[in-house]
Design a protein around this ligand. Structure first.
Ligand code: NAD
Length: 507
């Protein structure tokens, strides 16, 4: 490994005595914020000692960049490095709260198309105490969309909105990845978790795509669970699960839960896989509460680095590091987060660097209690790589109505309906008003609590009729002239005759 001169990619390596030159793989490295520098230093120390054939290029991202005026938390030169090396080993970063800062983690994942977040969670009982000694599962989390699109608006005095975007390409890519991952890693079952009993269109699409793709993998068992019971079962009977594929937010939450169930959130590594670039990290954050104390557990980042070594086809080094780390646990060496939690722990907890030294001392050894790890390099593509998503021909789209969202405080649904009906156009007729999704007109209940945010559904006046954008513009013009405060509109369309919008609750 060569840190000082990142541009150099050929050095005399393990075979130096024979005068052979070794090819180094350039990787981009960010030390991050909080405990980031401590765990990165420990990780790089182990990689170097293990003979990782890498040439790290350091970039600065995170808090320092935010504070120096880069509101995105990353400078243009850093993007250049990432796009050149295509491999990123990243420590956690702190997203400053408030102030309009966007999460750099989310920005990097989306900008570089890192659509699959792979989070293996494994128990290391009895050396790390856990109530779930058989826990050994992988969470494959969709990484680019869902509520993490971060499209949020304040719409009225009382109502704030965050858009949940789920796409067919996003679903197809992540579900296929989960099955391919299972096949390549000897996993026998893929469980989809979604909330499609409530979000029938967005989570419904995720579930539907899962059902479409699972039949292509008859050798792998598959099932679906609603996320609430799925999460409950995960927390009580994790041995039921092998690979879990799920949208972004659910995956983020259940992977922290699963990692913590193994003994510490500090134990799990994570890979963010894209078609062009891949990023490797710990699943935990920058842990500001323990930053600078030198006590953080570097294991999550180290196991992320192990995944990186396999990705860059250094399976030999990956296995060497992983096995030495397992030996370290077996020998009772532990960091403060695991204190008092395992069998045979020796003495006081080790600091991050001492823990790294303990791993280095054990390089070349195989664990006695845990099954030794062996990795294989991923196969090289033998021909053209099939595209991950093939766009289908566009559906026949027909516009049949419009939802007009209105800000109005001092009114009831009945009064608002009268006002809207008095100002509707010949092409569009008021069908229904909902408040927070539940129908309040016609036939609303006085018990229903209403905010100042009303969704007013206008449908084409002629049964099965189509409308045009001009009909919507005419309606908006008339409503605006009548003093209606329109926040936004959503077109109501059918696609090949199938309704592309949900009914109101109670409609
Ligand atoms: P966190 O994961 O940083 O910390 C949660 C708890 O776990 C803390 O008590 C912490 O001390 C402990 N912990 C975490 N990692 C540990 C380790 N390696 N060793 C020992 N203990 C460890 O979560 P948080 O406090 O909610 O978030 C802090 C910051 O991290 C926030 O700014 C958040 O946005 C950011 N974050 C970044 C990433 C990332 O960069 N990928 C991920 C999650 C959170």
């Amino acid at each position: 490994m060569k840190i000082d001169n990142p541009s150099q990619t050929l050095v005399s390596g393990g075979a130096a005595e024979a005068g052979a030159l070794e090819v180094l793989t350039p990787i981009t490295v960010a030390y991050g914020d909080g405990i980031g520098p401590e765990i990165m230093e420990a990780t790089l120390k182990v990689l170097q000692a293990a003979g990782a054939r890498i040439a790290p290029e350091m970039i600065e991202i995170g808090e320092k960049l935010y504070r120096s005026g880069h509101s995105s938390g990353i400078a243009p030169e850093a993007w250049d490095s990432l796009r050149r090396t295509k491999v990123f080993l990243k420590s956690p970063i702190t997203t400053p709260s408030g102030g309009g800062y966007k999460s750099l983690n989310v920005t990097i994942r989306k900008t570089l198309g890192l659509y699959a977040n792979v989070r293996p969670c494994v128990s290391y009982s009895p050396f790390v105490a856990t109530k779930h000694p058989k826990l050994n599962l992988v969470i494959v989390r969709e990484n680019e969309e869902d509520l993490y699109a971060g499209i949020e608006h304040r719409q009225t005095d009382e109502v704030f909105q965050c858009l949940k975007l789920i796409t067919r390409p996003g679903c197809e890519k992540i579900v296929r990845y989960a099955f391919e991952y299972a096949r390549a890693n000897g996993r026998h079952k893929v469980t989809c978790m979604s909330k499609d009993n409530i979000m029938k269109m967005t989570d419904g699409l995720f579930h539907q795509v899962f059902d479409e793709i699972r039949v292509e993998y008859p050798q792998i068992a598959s099932d679906h669970m609603i996320i609430d019971i799925g999460a409950a079962r995960l927390a009580t009977r994790p041995e039921l699960f092998d690979v879990i594929v799920t949208p972004n937010l659910y995956g983020d939450i259940i992977s922290d839960v699963a990692a913590e169930m193994t003994g510490s959130v500090g134990l799990a590594g994570s890979a963010n896989i894209g078609e062009h670039v891949a990023m490797f990290e710990a699943i935990h954050g920058s842990a500001p509460d323990i930053a600078g104390k030198g006590i953080a557990n570097p294991s999550g980042l180290l196991l992320g680095a192990v995944m990186m070594l396999v990705h860059i086809r250094q399976a030999d080094v990956a296995a060497k590091v992983h096995n030495a780390w397992l030996c370290t646990l077996e020998d009772g060496v532990f960091t403060a987060d695991l204190q008092g939690q395992g069998r045979a722990q020796i003495g006081r907890p080790f600091g991050s660097m001492d823990f790294a030294d303990a791993i280095v001392e054990r390089l070349g050894r195989l664990p006695q209690q845990f099954k030794p790890i062996s990795y294989q390099n991923p196969p090289l593509p033998t021909g053209p790589v099939a595209p991950l998503y093939v766009r289908r021909p566009a559906a026949k789209k027909a516009m049949v109505g419009v939802d007009v969202f209105v800000h109005q405080s001092e009114s009831s649904a009945d009064v608002l309906a009268l006002h809207l009906q008095a100002n509707q156009t010949p092409a569009l007729r008021l069908l229904m008003i909902t408040n927070r999704g539940v129908k309040v007109w016609p036939g609303g209940f006085p018990e229903t609590f209403c905010t100042d945010h009303w969704r007013c559904r206008f449908m084409a006046a002629q049964a099965d009729g189509e409308i045009t954008q001009r009909d919507i513009v005419a309606l908006l013009g008339q409503l605006t002239d009548a003093g209606v405060d329109v926040i936004k509109t959503e077109n109501l369309c059918t696609f090949d005759g199938v309704q592309g919008f949900a009914l109101g609750q109670g409609q």
